[in-house]
Ligand binder design. Structure first.
Ligand code: C2E
Ligand code: MG
Ligand code: MG
Length: 717
């Protein structure tokens, strides 16, 4: 800014005052000189005004006596203050003043040739002095700024270091710094205390002291990779040994610090104690693999171990599958709490006797336990099963109840080759079922033949119904022959099954199954219908023959409410007179609880149907009930007839007495399984009415038999 300055012209009035023309000549020349500078802080017009002010001041200085050097110096300084500091300013100013100042000074008291250089020099001096001062100021400012900047950097560094220190020292996780030689150069309190050391003690260790032989594979190599700069980070779960010997688990991150040139300088390990987390994981894992009630290994753990055995080729495996007998009754009678405590007690006994032998015992669920024996030595499983039954035999005392415990055990032992864990478990389960069905409180060993039989039974029972639908059942007939004349009095209908897989099956293979699942009812109806049809047709063709047909009736059928109705309907539909139908029932069917069977039999007998006692002599052989039932025929079982072969056993007299008795009760007698002429002769001599057996004819298809029915049978043909 231009500051108006006042000159000190005291004697101006005495001398010629320089005219405006002189001043404007100076200003014009001065402005022209300065305008050559590459940089001007003001516009040219403004410069002109500014220099006019200065020129006037110089005039005042020059005309003063003595020359006002102070004012001249201030004029020079004013140039600097106005930022006119280019290289052209001083020479241009000196030149312009040199040209015009003498003239201007001519109006003064002194010789202008003296005054002009003096004033010129003073202006130059003022300019240079102010410029130097200004340069010095600027240098000082720069220096100060530099000092301030450095101070700020140092402070920032110091505070960042302090912050880092604070983090390092106070951090909850352990931090350790190692150099490239494997020395620990620094560690924080957390790391040192974690392993039971003070910081100085800890720093005396080497990194290698913190690696152990049983570290997970590859851990040391990973550290080497970091040191060698092949990787900048590594993160692992690593164990550290506490000074007192126990181990702790940590989550450890190792990082590499490089110097300015990029060369590896330090390693930093950050270590977080994760022991509690690992313990929790371990606890959860244990919970997942153990039964919470008995604390025994659970099914999952057992299956894992079993699968492991199967991973070893050539291994053998033994399994005892155990189920408590009648455990449900304990739960039902005494409540689940007592049941649970019983299971805990049993688990404890099992664990005690099994783990001492080095085997695994697991709870499979409910009251089922399983023992796994790897590569069982000879006889081990038998001893083990006996021992288990023995340790369970001692009653368990709970809440004042003495509970008798027993178990059934399925034992299986086999080479793992060629089988699977699932097969082994299935076989063990089947064997356990045998032990149960054989009477409980025992162990059974897996028997492949029994298993095959079971499988066959199972297959048979599931194919009975489809077999009936596909018409796989057929009926054969066996003649019942008069012992005196050889005339065929009747035929017994005997069912067979042409099974698509097993071939032709006799009734022994499937009647029991059919009784168990109720299938005997539709099957029996089918046999009865066919037999009645055959007999009706034949009798229609031979009106004098009176050939009866004898059909077996299973116990189950006698309980069917529709039995009497069914029989009546079939007789009606086929046209067979009821007296030509004989129904054979075993003693057990007749001797069952009074009620429906007896009623049904009575109703059938009332219809005129003949009722025969089949296989008499194999069951109760109790004659006392015979008079109470509406019976027609007694069939002497094959065993009695067979007894006739050995006279010494008195078989002959038994048969003879039975015949007499039967006749006394008004029953006719059929002897079964007559195989020899001697038997036939003896039976005839004893008064037995008819005989049935291979001696006369084997059971045969109706077509093969029908033409011979009218002829007397000659034994042996
Ligand atoms: P069952 O009623 O005692 O039938 C006589 C059995 O003796 C028949 O056996 C017959 O083949 C056999 N047999 C005949 N002659 C002789 C002989 O001289 N010596 C010997 N050792 N045996 C002889 P099968 O056909 O095996 O029938 C067995 C049993 O199956 C029958 O015994 C009967 O209880 C039952 N059964 C057969 N068919 C049926 C049926 O349709 N329904 C019912 N519920 N049971 C039937
Ligand atoms: Mg029979
Ligand atoms: Mg019989």
């Amino acid at each position: 800014m231009l500051t108006p300055m006042t000159g000190r012209g005291g004697r101006a009035g005495r001398r010629r005052r320089p005219g405006d023309a002189d001043v404007s000549a100076l200003v014009s020349s001065w402005t022209g000189a300065l305008a050559r500078a590459p940089y001007l802080p003001m516009a040219r017009a403004e410069l002109g005004e500014f220099l006019t002010v200065l020129a006037r001041r110089l005039v005042d200085a020059a005309v003063a006596d003595p020359v006002d050097l102070h004012l001249a110096r201030r004029t020079g300084a004013a140039l600097v203050d106005a930022d006119l500091v280019s290289a052209e300013v001083l020479p241009g100013t000196v030149a312009a003043l040199g040209r015009h100042l003498a003239e201007i000074a001519a109006g003064g008291a002194r010789d202008p040739r003296e005054v002009a250089p003096e004033a010129q020099a003073a202006v130059a001096d003022g300019y240079v002095t102010r410029l130097r001062a200004r340069l010095l100021d600027e240098q000082e400012m720069v220096r100060r700024a530099e000092v301030e900047a450095r101070r700020q950097i140092e402070q920032a560094l110091r505070s960042s270091e302090a912050r880092f220190r604070a983090i390092f020292s106070d951090a909850g996780i352990g931090i350790g710094i190692g150099d490239m030689e494997g020395r620990i150069v620094d560690a924080n309190q957390a790391f040192a205390s974690m392993l039971g050391y003070t910081i100085p003690e800890f720093c005396r260790l080497r990194v290698s002291d913190l690696f152990y032989e049983d570290d997970a594979a590859g851990m040391w190599e990973m550290y080497q990779d970091v040191i060698d700069g092949r990787r900048d980070h590594a993160r692992v779960e690593k164990r550290y040994r506490h000074r007192d010997g126990h181990f702790m688990w940590t989550d450890m991150t190792a990082s590499l610090i490089r110097d300015a040139s990029g060369a590896p300088k330090y390693t930093v390990a950050m270590v977080e104690d994760v022991t509690a987390r690992r313990e929790l994981q371990e606890r959860l894992r244990r919970q997942a693999l153990h039964d919470p009630l008995t604390l025994l290994p659970n099914r999952t753990l057992f299956l894992d171990r079993l699968t492991e055995v199967f991973a070893r080729p050539g291994a053998r495996v033994g399994v005892c599958y155990l189920d408590l007998d009648r455990f449900k009754a304990v739960n039902d009678r005494l409540g689940h709490d007592v049941g649970d405590r019983l299971l805990v007690a049993v688990a404890g006994r099992l664990d005690e006797c099994v783990s001492t032998r080095g085997h695994l015992v697991a709870r499979m669920g409910g009251d089922e336990f399983v023992i796994l024996v790897e590569d069982p030595p000879d006889g081990e499983l038998a001893v083990l099963a006996d021992t288990v039954l023995e340790v369970l035999a001692e009653p368990v005392e709970i809440d004042g109840h003495r509970l008798a415990v027993s178990a059934s055990i399925g034992v299986i032992e086999r080479a793992v080759a060629g089988t699977t864990p699932a097969d082994v478990l299935k076989a063990a389960d089947v064997t356990l079922y045998w032990a149960k069905s054989d009477g409980r409180n025992r162990w059974a060993r897996f028997d492949p033949e029994r298993n095959a039989r079971d499988m066959t039974r199972y297959t048979l029972s599931t194919t009975l119904l489809p077999g009936l639908e596909r018409d796989e059942f057929r009926v054969e007939y066996q003649p019942i022959v008069g012992l005196d004349d050889g005339r065929v009095r009747g035929v017994e209908a005997l069912v067979r099954w042409a099974h698509p897989t097993f071939g032709l099956l006799g009734p022994g293979a499937f009647i029991e199954l059919a009784e168990e699942n109720g299938f005997i009812v539709p099957l029996g109806r089918r046999v009865l219908t066919e037999a009645c049809e055959r007999a009706a047709v034949w009798n229609a063709a031979h009106p004098d023959a009176d050939l009866f047909v004898s059909v077996n009736l299973a116990v189950r059928q006698t309980h069917e409410p529709d039995l009497v109705q069914d029989v009546a309907r079939i007789l009606d539909e086929t046209g067979l007179p009821p007296r030509l139908l004989q129904l054979e029932l075993t003693e057990s069917a007749l001797l069952g609880p009074a009620g429906r069977p007896v009623e049904a039999i009575t109703a059938l007998a009332d219809m005129g149907v003949r009722i025969a006692v089949d296989d008499f002599g194999t069951g109760y052989s109790n004659l006392s009930y015979l008079p109470r039932l509406p019976l027609h025929t007694l069939k002497l079982a094959g065993v009695l007839v067979d007894g006739l072969r050995k006279p010494a056993t008195g078989g002959g007299s038994i048969v003879a007495s039975l015949v007499v008795l039967a006749h006394a009760l008004g029953l006719t007698v059929i002897a079964e399984a007559v195989e020899t002429v001697a038997q036939a002769e003896q039976l005839r001599a004893s008064g037995c009415d008819t005989g049935q057996g291979w001696l006369f004819a084997r059971p045969a298809a109706w077509e093969d038999l029908v033409d011979r029915l009218a002829d007397p049978v000659r034994p042996g043909t």
